[in-house]
Design a binder for this molecule. Structure first.
Ligand code: SF4
Length: 283
């Protein structure tokens, strides 16, 4: 395989994703999320560039892949950076996948995904959009380059109205920033009838993301000693805080009668559906 790769980033037992492929049409991401973990392994992480000869490589990979799996688009960048509006690379990739019958799970923070509703509704596809907070000023600092959370919410509604399965990711849950159940309820009050699933995940800082977060939100310094568990290259909240946070999130999600899942939390038994939202595109 040249560019479509099996998804197995950490080979960790805490990842409960079904067997799938991953593809990043672009390297680097324009959203500038303070909490982004890709900055620890991607050079110039906030500079978007296209991968050379990508379409030719994808066409060849599509001759070789296992069609019982699906494609996750994308996991280390966003498939809809501003460049995509003119370049239409992700759109071309969707057309190729539709032609070959490869199911696609889109993960994005961009509203540009709604441009491709015409393709998405004619193939096996689901769209997962991340909204970490409805607080506009927090979001402006946290995800400086991304569309506002309210615009993302409107995109989810539009996709769902077009018949495309929609997944909301409230990710990451960051103590001291967006850990209040009232805030999740506000998001779900607007969106619950336009969602098929909610996925949550707690903040798992790495040294560089922690530095950015605390430079912008100095009050987080007081939570530093809550991140005591090292798993892979990330720190996890100490278990009693992490489990409590996830239990609260699960209760809120269930109170809106929506399926709940968590991502990389080692709680696969809590998941009502496959953890990433792929239950709507695979048998
Ligand atoms: S959208 Fe994802 S890849 Fe892009 S900056 Fe934010 S966390 Fe990183």
């Amino acid at each position: 395989m040249r560019i479509i790769k099996p998804f197995d980033p950490w080979q960790g037992k805490w990842c409960s994703c079904p067997a799938k492929y991953t593809l990043n049409p672009y390297t680097g991401c324009a959203h500038h999320c303070l909490y982004c973990y890709t900055t620890s392994f991607i050079p110039r992480p906030f500079e978007v560039r296209e991968k050379p000869h990508i379409l030719k490589k994808i066409e060849k990979d599509l001759e070789e892949i296992d069609y019982s799996r699906y494609l996750s688009l994308s996991n280390s960048s966003d498939p809809y950076p501003p460049e995509e509006e003119k370049r239409k690379l992700t759109r071309e990739i969707l057309e190729l996948c539709r032609e070959k019958g490869l199911p696609v799970l889109i993960l994005t923070k961009s509203t540009l995904v709604t441009r491709d509703i015409d393709i998405l509704k004619t193939m096996r596809a689901a769209v997962s959009i991340t909204i970490t907070t409805f607080n506009s000023s927090t979001a402006r600092f946290l995800e400086e380059g991304a569309p506002s959370p309210q615009k993302r919410a409107q995109a989810l509604i539009k996709l769902h109205e077009a018949g495309i399965p929609t997944i909301l990711r409230i990710d990451p849950l960051i103590p001291g920033i967006n850990d209040e159940p009232e805030e999740w309820k506000e998001i779900l009050s607007l969106l619950s009838s336009h969602l098929n699933q909610v996925v949550v995940s707690t903040f798992k800082p790495r040294p560089d993301s922690w530095k950015r977060m605390t430079a912008t939100f100095p009050s987080l310094q007081k939570t530093e000693n809550w991140y005591t568990r090292k798993r892979g290259n990330s720190l996890y909240l100490e278990d009693h805080r992490r489990i409590k946070l996830l239990e609260e999130a699960r209760a809120v999600v269930h109170s809106f009668s929506l399926p709940f899942s968590s991502c990389r939390e080692g709680l696969a038994t809590w998941n009502d559906l496959p953890c990433d939202g792929s239950g709507f595109i695979i048998d």
